[in-house]
Write a protein that binds this ligand. Sequence first.
Ligand SMILES: Nc1ncnc2c1ncn2[C@@H]1O[C@H](COP(=O)(O)OP(=O)(O)OP(=O)(O)O)[C@@H](O)[C@H]1O
Length: 451
Amino acid sequence: MEIVTLEQSYAKLKMILDNPFEGSMAIDETGTVFFANSFFLDILGRAEQDVVGQKIWDVVPACRLFETVGQGYSIWGETLTINAKEFLVARFPLKKDGRTVGAMVKTLFPDQSTAKEIMNKVSRPGKPENGTKNALCTCRDIIGETPPMLYVKKLARRASRTSSTLLITGESGTGKEIIAQAIHTRSVRREGPFISVNCGAIPENLLESELFGYVDGAFTGAKRGGKPGKFELADGGTILLDEIGDMPLFMQVKLLRVLQDREVWRIGATAPTKLDVRVMASTHTDLVQLVKEKRFREDLYYRLNVLEIEMPALRERIEDLPLLINALIERINHKIGADAVGLSPESLDIMKKYSWPGNVRELENRLEQAINWSDDHIVDIRNIPVRPWEEEESSNLPAHADMGFRDCIQGTERDLIASALEQTKGNKAQAARMLNMQRSVLYKKIGKLGL
Ligand SMILES: Nc1ncnc2c1ncn2[C@@H]1O[C@H](COP(=O)(O)OP(=O)(O)OP(=O)(O)O)[C@@H](O)[C@H]1O
């Protein structure tokens, strides 16, 4: 075995402490500096013999290191200014046999710009460099073990093996976006970007430039040098066109062309840009109905619907509720710093009977409210101020309790027809189509029910 002398060990230690990337300085219990490395000596512009042996308040008046000797605990992230240079530092006690015998100050970053850069990265965990929003969901984040969800997961695994265009349908809040992310992160495109665009949220006049971008000088107010659209940003990855049913007809034609030719034309461009993008689209509206109403192009519908995944509503997989609740409580605890551990049995009973029109998103919101309103670690959903299940229960009651069979049927008919008329703004032809009923029958029923 090689024998290491005391001098050799000292030389190695000095090499580590004297590195040019971090400053360190130590004092004894009287405040006398007994060590200052070359980083600090350089910043101070003084020689070692002018610093070591001096009192810390004489060497660096701004440094509160002597306080640490008295306090006996560490302070992290304090700013220390030496010769007009700012550093983020930590100061901590040096202990021997449990007694504070000195203190040490260390820089945490070589300079403030490195500090800012690193802190930015830390405060945006998971934000990839390629412009996507957040850490993307994987299949493990999709909670559900009931047959409808197992089927969805099976389809998702299949869809991740190809780059075919995919249409994801389902009510709002059923997880259309997260399934799209999970398919992307499982596919060969996982290293590429995942760009999600809410087609319903972008004003019509901006949609084209948002999706396809523009060239320099394309229109007044255009950014110098032009701007790439979302399709270009998704090159090599996946684009999700959310709320595709809200896309105006003039854009549907342009989108169809992109899907056929696999290239985009920036506004004002004289040549197209070739792209390698997987297109996914999602919608909570019935596209077949929109096609019938000529509000959605049939050819585009078929282009998008190469593969289709239909997300089940929460009420169709209510047995997943306990699993979802546990996972969501954990997620919410993490998000808001709570420590809820479970749900009261009465809450679960109530939640199983409710229809969850807003699906998992609504479940997540109601749970977060309940966690905020509960004094206990066991969450009680009855604590929240607005309880939609109570309204639902009372509106269900008369139909079953007080009415006869015929009245009950008539009541349901009246509700359905009134709702169709409301949705179509009184257009009876459209309402009849929506109800899948002959127009003449609808007219008779409207008269009979006095609507
Ligand atoms: N199966 C699931 N497991 C875990 N979380 C889920 C599941 N489904 C949905 N969520 C959560 O519910 C919320 C809504 O999901 P998402 O945005 O994917 O729904 P969506 O169907 O795209 O809704 P919208 O149509 O309104 O855009 C998200 O916070 C998501 O994480």
